[in-house]
Write a protein of this length. Structure first.
Length: 140
């Protein structure tokens, strides 16, 4: 999993305290929590009751080509708020860009792996071709 944060001193959270685990339950929808202190799912969450004092959360699930949720691209704040329609569209677009980049990275790694595999076969293929030609020479 790739995890990046800016302006937050928390690297990772336990799944039981994760906002993301709630966001990915509806993989096609952007999840917004205007005020986590007032939300029954999060009002007792240590990330809300203590540092980093999360109040606002918006997360868009990151889905691979098979629809599997890899995580979410999210924004948080220490003040209650809601995203505007433009901000929601931007978060959806950024989430799609993340998936596109991860897919491209996966394709690149796959191609490199295939190239390495075929390169490793070259001596065997050369020998097989040599044997084939040798046997053909004997029959003609």
């Amino acid at each position: 999993m790739v995890q990046v944060s800016l302006g937050l001193n928390v690297d990772q959270t336990d799944r039981c305290h994760s906002f993301c685990s709630h966001a990915i339950q509806n993989p096609e929808q952007l999840m917004q929590v205007e005020d986590a202190q007032l939300d029954q799912r999060f009002h007792e969450n240590p990330l809300v009751t203590g540092s980093p004092d999360i109040r606002f959360y918006a997360g868009m699930p990151l889905l691979d080509k098979d629809g599997f949720a890899l995580g979410s691209l999210c924004v948080i704040d220490q003040k209650p708020r809601l995203l505007t329609q433009v901000q929601q569209k931007a978060l959806r677009t950024l989430a799609q860009q993340v998936i596109d980049k991860l897919s491209l990275l996966g394709l690149i790694k796959e191609k490199i792996s295939m190239f390495s595999f075929f390169k490793s076969l070259k001596p065997s293929i050369n020998y097989a071709v040599f044997l084939l030609f040798r046997s053909l020479r004997r029959t003609f």
